[in-house]
Write a protein that binds this ligand. Structure first.
Ligand code: TNX
Length: 538
């Protein structure tokens, strides 16, 4: 009796499950238009895409499951669910045992596949029924979910059922970054930008798989990071900016908040304290540091090269020790950027002595030194990194010393260069950089730096001519999207004619994010319901 009741229950359950399965299956197969993954507007372009020309329907029944053995995979799943919510208004369950797995499922798995050759690599298998994302690490999974986000269209297909379905193309992707370092820099010294502004920039960059944001924290016009042992740096040195505005600075708590926000997006924040030149704000705050023989005054102009620390004074090095110690304690990044550019009033021998000593301080706090390419003239160690912005000779010197190089040539990669003579903001001392020029060059072949010496690519945004988020976005977007592809995608996978179509299709995302990008006429921008017509006109 008990046995037969049980088998009855079992049979009913099986029938029920089969019915649920069938209806669900039916719903998924139901008239979804075939879509071509190879045509998807993914930026940066993945290493390999094999399209299978069917469709996965993302809808309110879709749920997310992540590897149980790593909490960080679950965090990535929750991040994806959040972003899907803001795009589609669907609230997908994450690792919820109550939700039947018979419906369309997104799996985010920890995998040891041999194909996954770096921590950031991922595989994506999309069929009609499931999206499977494999990565060795949560970092790889995080890069992979950006691809999933980009594969989900901005607009649902409401003609298939009474409930909206987002049609995702099926196929297989294997993706591995070409360079491990993919960065942008923001100058918060010439004009200060708030924590909220920086967070928005981080969020946008991470969508394009950029993994480093270098903050230029100090310059002649402002000191922007609280140093508890030298409080006047921000009290005095943080009080001004270019053009006589109020300035501002990050408290250490603010800085930690930025670092944590970036870390949630697997992005590191690289702090830069520019020295021995570009130090007027520090020297006004503590004149004992000054080495140019003049009485320092607050400076709100845009000239460079007039300030220097006194490279032969021990107090200067105790000061730097305190600064590097306090910032390093807030900064999980392995790098500390010491600037080192345009020290035009520092004697060459003093400059070399200074960089040599500061490198040791940086190493004492467990960090690798980065400096603008001039630092290669000192006796720096091969573990330090030169950021090639100007001088090929310095970059070659860095290679000779066995250093890694970050490729940031002003002529190609400076986000503060004007697009053309009509640009509303920006400078043009290095070049005009229209959107195609920004994209059509090869960092892996630039100035003969061997690929094995290249750590990656960084696009710096100097802020002499921009003072708010809208202006920042005008210069950074869309060019920084191209730099993400120059640093992630292989040279064989980069092609301007193909890129410009994918770039034009970013408009609905950028519009939804309220990004006031420069609407270059070289690009056919896709219309969207959020389009900012008034900007597009000018
Ligand atoms: C050069 S790039 C500088 C900056 C300016 C920038 C403006 C570099 C290492 N130094 O101080 O802000 O040009 O484009």
């Amino acid at each position: 009796m008990i046995k037969s009741a049980f088998s009855k229950y079992l049979i009913i359950s099986i029938i029920l499950l089969a019915v649920i399965g069938c209806t669900e299956k039916k719903k998924r197969i139901l008239n979804l238009p075939s879509t071509d993954m190879a045509e998807a507007s993914l930026i940066p372009k993945p290493l390999k895409i094999i399209a299978t020309n069917e469709a996965f329907g993302l809808d309110h029944t879709t749920s997310i499951y992540t590897s149980a053995n790593d909490k960080n995979f679950e965090k990535v799943g929750l991040f994806l669910a959040d972003k899907i919510k803001s795009k589609t208004n669907l609230r997908l369950a994450v690792n919820d045992p109550e939700v039947p797995e018979v419906n369309g499922v997104i799996y985010i798995n920890q995998s040891d596949s041999d194909e996954l050759t770096t921590a950031e690599a991922y595989q994506l298998y999309i069929t009609k029924d499931s999206i499977i994302l494999n990565a060795k690490t949560a970092e790889g999974a995080f890069r992979g979910i950006q691809t999933i986000r980009q594969l989900i269209p901005e607009i649902s297909n409401d003609t298939i059922t009474e409930l909206p379905v987002w049609v995702v193309p099926t196929g297989k992707i294997l993706d591995i970054p070409n360079f491990e370092f993919r960065g942008s820099m923001l100058d918060v010294a010439r004009h200060f930008f708030s924590v909220e502004d920086v967070k928005k920039y981080i969020d946008l960059l991470s969508y394009y798989k950029i993994n480093a944001l270098h903050l230029h924290l100090t310059d002649d016009q402002g000191w922007r990071i609280e140093i508890k042992s030298w409080p006047k740096l921000t009290e005095i040195g943080g009080s001004t900016e270019v053009g006589g505005e109020a300035g501002g600075f990050f408290t250490q708590e603010d800085y930690k908040e930025i670092v944590a926000y970036a870390a949630d997006r697997y992005m590191m924040i690289i702090p830069e304290v520019d020295m021995p030149g570009h130090t007027n704000a520090a020297s006004v705050s503590y004149p004992i540091l000054n080495g140019n023989g003049k009485t320092p005054k607050l400076y709100e102009g845009t000239h460079v090269g007039f300030s220097t620390f006194d490279a032969r004074k021990d107090t200067v090095y105790s000061f730097i020790d305190d600064v590097v110690r306090e910032i390093s304690a807030l900064s999980p990044s392995p790098y500390f950027h010491i600037g080192g550019d345009e020290s035009h009033v520092t004697k060459k021998s003093d400059y070399i002595y200074f960089v040599n000593r500061v490198e040791k301080i940086v190493q004492k706090y467990g960090k690798q030194m980065i400096g603008w390419d001039e630092v290669a003239q000192a006796d720096v160690s091969s573990s330090s990194i030169a950021q090639f912005w100007d001088s090929e000779e310095n970059a070659q010197e860095a290679v000779k010393k066995g250093m890694k190089v970050i490729i940031s040539p002003a002529k190609k990669a400076y986000l503060d260069m004007q697009y053309d003579t009509l640009s509303k903001h920006g400078l043009h001392w290095a070049a005009f950089i229209p959107v195609d020029t920004a994209y059509v060059w090869s960092p892996e072949k630039y100035a003969g730096i061997p690929k094995e010496n290249i750590l990656g690519v960084e696009a710096p945004l100097w802020s002499e001519t921009i003072s708010n988020l809208e202006e920042l976005e005008y210069l950074a977007f869309p060019r920084v999207i191209g730099y993400s592809e120059l640093s992630w995608s292989t040279q064989e996978n980069r092609d301007w004619d193909n890129f410009k179509v994918r770039l034009g299709n970013q408009a609905p995302y950028l519009d939804r994010m309220n990004v006031k990008y420069y609407p270059s006429e070289l690009i056919d921008w896709k219309e969207s319901k959020f389009t900012y017509k008034e900007i597009k006109k000018d």
